[in-house]
Design a protein around this ligand. Structure first.
Ligand code: AMP
Length: 282
């Protein structure tokens, strides 16, 4: 597997692949790779001849006071994992290559509506940063398809909307959440948790599972969500949001069947997110 750091080398390499008629799949990441990321590589591998992963800790998607500086950077381990997973090419640019004029002067992509509420409410500007860098990666790599995790459910919806609105000829593949044996969704941020916090963290998923069971058997939504909120607090988690939305993230109506429970909660300074899809009864 080759690692490229500059844009012109990336373009040259991919032009060669494209001339040979190879299908190109993109897997964008911020590195510190775990089995969740590798599931994206596996999904890409199944669908394309060339798998391009990117590692870029994107400063544009971090707010003031967030963990940009502390974010784990583990390039060598990541390279070995990607290679073992069958990735062909890693693009790992530095910030100056991506934003040569600096962050303030950068042209941005702003996706409306689907960015409102949920993580968009507590992380202002976050999704503008995500859509800007992902739009740029789409332009640099020009992939046939790109794989994103369902763990970041709202992000996946934002990317689908970006691709639709800009008429980009890219298939977006959503990959199911990879979890630890105790149910905690794998995340690079889990490494911030103390042993005690790590022991409480699976309550987030457990609460979503309990809520799904209640709602699927017809329980009242607001009462159930209030119970879930209290359960999270009782487990030492500080909920940011706990919501039921239709699977396209629009508000739930009487006609909604396919829905999703979405939650974000803090354990100390660490913010965890998770979600679970469900089918509401008639
Ligand atoms: P990140 O490096 O956290 O920006 O994530 C890069 C990609 O990996 C995103 O599309 C995430 O949704 C996806 N991802 C992260 N964790 C998981 C997981 N536990 N299961 C599936 N996909 C994941």
């Amino acid at each position: 597997m080759r690692t490229l750091r500059d844009i012109s080398a990336l373009r040259e390499t991919l032009n060669d692949a494209r001339r040979r008629g190879e299908r190109i799949a993109l897997v964008p990441t911020m590195g510190n790779l775990h089995d969740g990321h590798l599931a994206l590589v596996a999904a890409a591998r199944q669908r394309a001849e060339r798998v391009v992963a990117t590692i870029f800790v994107n400063p544009l998607q971090f707010g003031a006071g967030e963990d940009l500086d502390a974010y784990p950077r583990t390039l060598e381990e990541d390279q070995s994992r990607l290679e073992a997973a069958g990735c062909d090419l890693l693009f790992a640019p530095d910030t100056a290559a991506i934003y040569p004029r600096g962050l303030e002067a950068q042209t941005r992509i702003v996706v409306p509506e689907v960015t409102e509420g949920l993580c968009g409410a507590s992380r202002p500007g976050h999704f503008d940063g995500v859509s800007t860098v992902v739009g740029m990666l789409f332009n640099l790599v020009q992939p046939d398809l790109a794989c994103f995790g369902e763990k970041d459910y709202q992000q996946l919806a934002v990317i689908r909307r970006l691709v639709a609105d800009l008429h980009l000829p890219i298939e977006i593949v959503g990959v199911p959440i990879v979890r630890a044996a105790d149910g905690l969704a794998l995340s690079s941020r889990n490494g911030y948790l103390s042993p005690e916090q790590r022991a409480s963290a699976p309550r987030l998923y457990a609460t979503l599972c309990q809520l799904r069971d209640r709602l699927e058997s017809g329980a009242d939504t607001s009462t159930s969500l209030a119970h879930g909120w209290a359960d999270l607090q009782a487990a030492g988690l500080d909920p940011d949001y706990l919501e039921l939305r239709a699977s396209d993230l629009s508000p739930v109506t009487d006609a909604t069947r396919e829905a999703v429970l979405l939650a974000a909660a803090r354990l100390g300074a660490t913010r965890l997110i998770d979600n679970l899809t469900l089918t509401l009864p008639h």
